[in-house]
Design a protein around this ligand. Structure first.
Ligand code: F6P
Length: 473
């Protein structure tokens, strides 16, 4: 951090340490790890729904982190969270125009909640604060703070992909949303591909000016736009495999599969995760490589997510149907191919399960980064590591090129890759694992936080200089 200033993190989802047992996805895990290192404030939704949202945030402190959280009213939960955030922006940002619903009222609520959140945070801000806003729920947050006179360095990080301009322009009022992003000093994306999509939009649709150093000028402001691939707390996650709970659960799992190989998948129940394709690929594995019948288990852990959104109910029904179909087709009285589990496990248990699994299957149709891929690798036994099968459409594939990279739409290819993984000799598994683990160590969550904050302060200085130049021209 810069001098004595505090880090103020703003995200829709806030994970208080008391609820640490189960972390719903990458943002919560990433922000928590980053704030544990630096200390600071974490502001956002409490996860609670009330009839009337309270004017004052709830306070809690744990170690170096102060939590300030607000409830949502039922209407805001429906219109801002389930609605515009998760039925408009989420599918659009995951390239699913076919699932994108636009409702003007929900959009108005999205703007209103951003304004309310900004109003509630305002009294807690101090002069030297650096404010770091996360994810698609809160794109207009900086614009609201700026209107209230906040002049602090403001950075934004998008955890999801950023779609190509041709998809984005289908969103009514896309210009207003993109203009709002220019209230930040720095915008961070997961991959260079996302940066390219953003720059392309700014050039084509906003008549903006792009410079080689990452700066973008449009809507009367110059900001910095860069890729900061999010990491994990690599050493801590690896160490979780040695905890008594991880060891105990791993032992129970291994005993229950009786020497059979475990293929593991852990994904929120979300259509972006490509679960039907994955199950079909597993079915093909059993069909095309019958040696695996009675010899492997797919352990598919799929925690519930956004259950009030109809598309999520549909995907769950589809996954349940497919698992039942495949089990019915191949199971014997003493072996069931798929263990489908619709609940969340804590990180220690997952670390134990990952270590027990010969293959990690991470095959989203589109994903910002996908930290499960990184956690699976971090949890492996260096002497006898498993193999990661990874979708080319996960942000993680850009860094983890020693995984078996697959196209999740090509289910035959995925089935073949699983077979290659199951048969891979030890020396090749070790070499692939070592290369990926070295990279995970170098680019861990602390590296992500430090580089983003450093760049934010640089962006601020660069922005002020360009503002001065513009005024004196
Ligand atoms: O960026 C998407 C994300 O925030 C992920 O980090 C996380 O996996 C997921 O969404 C959590 O979703 P929700 O907060 O709706 O449960």
């Amino acid at each position: 951090m810069n001098g004595s200033g505090r880090l103020v993190v703003v995200s829709n989802r806030v994970t208080q340490v008391t609820s640490r047992k189960v972390l719903a996805g990458g943002l919560a895990a990433g922000v928590l790890a980053a704030l544990r290192e630096s200390g600071g404030i974490w502001f956002g939704w409490s996860g609670g729904i009330t009839d009337q949202s309270s004017p004052e945030p709830n306070h809690a402190t744990n170690g170096k982190i102060t939590y300030l959280t607000c409830d949502l009213s039922r209407r805001d939960f429906e219109e801002y969270y389930n609605g515009f955030s998760n039925r408009t922006l989420w599918p659009l940002f995951h390239y699913r125009l076919d699932l994108t619903v636009f409702d003007r009222l929900q959009y108005e609520s999205y703007l209103r909640v951003n304004r309310h959140f900004a109003t509630r945070l305002l009294p807690y801000l101090e002069e030297d604060d650096t404010i770091w806003v996360h994810d698609y729920h809160l794109i207009p947050f900086a614009e609201e703070l700026r209107k209230m006179g906040v002049d602090a360095p403001l950075g934004f990080f998008l955890h999801t992909p950023f779609p190509p301009a041709d998809l984005l322009v289908a969103l009514p009022r896309h210009e207003k949303l993109l203009r709002a992003l220019f209230a930040y000093d720095l915008i961070g994306f997961q991959t260079e591909n996302d940066v390219r999509n953003f720059r392309d939009y700014i050039k084509r649709e906003a008549n903006g000016k792009l410079d080689g150093d990452g700066s973008c000028t449009a809507f009367g402001r110059t900001i910095q736009v860069k890729a900061f691939p999010i990491g994990i707390d690599t050493e801590d996650f690896a160490a979780l495999t040695e905890t008594p709970e991880a060891k105990r659960q791993r032992h129970i799992l291994e005993k229950s599969v009786m020497e059979r190989d475990i293929i593991i998948g852990v994904d929120r129940t979300d259509y972006s995760k490509g679960l039907p394709n994955r199950l079909k690929a597993f079915e093909l594995l059993l069909e095309n490589y019958p040696v695996n019948r009675g010899r492997v288990h797919l352990l598919q852990i799929t925690p519930p997510s956004r259950e009030h959104v109809p598309e999520y109910v549909e995907i769950q029904t589809e996954v349940e149907g497919l698992s039942g179909h495949i089990n019915g087709r191949f199971a014997e009285f003493d072996w069931v191919p798929i263990r489908y589990i619709h609940k969340a496990y804590n990180r220690r248990i997952l670390a134990g399960f990952f270590r027990a699994a010969r293959v990690g299957l991470v095959t989203p149709l589109r994903d910002g980064m996908n930290l499960v891929a990184k956690e699976y690798v971090a949890a492996q036994d260096p002497d006898d590591p498993g193999v990661l099968v990874l979708s080319k459409f996960a942000g993680a594939a850009r860094q983890m090129d020693r995984a078996l990279i697959v196209n999740p739409y090509d289910v035959n290819q995925v089935a073949d890759a699983i077979q290659v993984a199951l048969e891979m000799p030890l020396d090749e598994r070790q070499a692939r694992w070592r290369a990926m683990m070295d990279d995970l160590r170098r680019h861990d969550i602390d590296h992500w936080r430090r580089t983003f904050i450093e760049e934010l302060h640089n962006a601020r200085v660069a922005g002020e200089a360009s503002q001065r130049r513009a005024l004196s021209a």
